[in-house]
Design a protein around this ligand. Structure first.
Ligand code: SAM
Length: 216
């Protein structure tokens, strides 16, 4: 993801009705926010938001929250969302947060989240940065603290090193592996798959897409 600083992106985000700005005050209140008891699915590191917007359009009975760390990237998701609105797609079951997922336990209460999606997360290839990977033991513990017991984490990547690390870490931390495929697009699990921006880019280059689904 090109992280060019886009002048004015923070101002646009501050004024956007598609972004929750006081996210920590929402802890335990997300069902009130959406005005229903539907399941809550979150995507961490949503990038420009293609996956989560399509997911929300296809599943109006699920509430979606897209989390992105960088303003310049979130800005692109907001622009896309504005275009959707202009085309008559309001997507009331979707909102965005700009935050570092490191602090996710400040934003969601125990059992508040049903499913988590991690798509093409940054690999942080150096060992000394392993704790920053969104599938590290530290992050898995954070997910345990906000997810329902039968909730699932779905993780897709083209990066074999990160995928091996993620499967091993999940096993070591006592998670159950429900799905593990190293060629998602040619597997039985591809039906209904929603491609992310990175997924499209890498599969067009001939990379195989790995996916794991884990539960506690
Ligand atoms: N999910 C998108 C896709 O598959 O096309 C984008 C993938 S991009 C490689 C990873 C995204 O995760 C970037 O937009 C990055 O800013 C975001 N990200 C990385 N670490 C994050 C964190 N700790 N909290 C929130 N977002 C994060």
């Amino acid at each position: 993801m090109r992280l060019r600083n886009i002048p004015g992106s923070r101002e646009v985000i501050a004024e956007s009705p598609f972004v929750v700005h006081d996210e920590e005050s929402m802890k335990g209140k997300w069902r009130e926010f959406f005005g229903n008891d539907n399941p809550i699915h979150i995507e961490i590191g949503m990038g420009k938001g293609t996956f989560i917007m399509e997911s929300a359009k296809r599943n109006p009975d699920i509430n979606y929250i897209g989390i992105e760390k960088y303003s310049s990237v979130l800005l692109r998701a907001i622009e896309k969302r504005e275009q959707e609105k202009e085309q008559g797609n309001d997507i009331p079951n979707l909102t965005f947060i700009r935050m570092d997922a490191e602090y996710i336990e400040n934003v969601f209460d125990k059992d508040e989240v049903d499913n988590i999606f991690l798509n093409f997360s940054d690999p942080w290839p150096k060992d000394r940065n392993a704790k920053r990977r969104l599938t590290s033991d530290r992050f898995l513990k954070r997910y345990t603290n906000i997810m329902k017991k039968d909730g699932k984490v779905t993780f897709k990547t083209d990066n074999i090193m990160l995928f091996d690390f993620s499967v091993e870490t999940a096993k070591e931390c006592g998670w159950n592996i429900l799905v593990e495929t190293r060629d998602l697009h040619n597997s039985e699990y591809n039906e209904g798959n929603i491609m992310t921006e990175y997924e499209k880019k890498f599969s067009d280059l001939g990379h195989k897409i790995n996916m794991m689904i884990i539960t506690q």
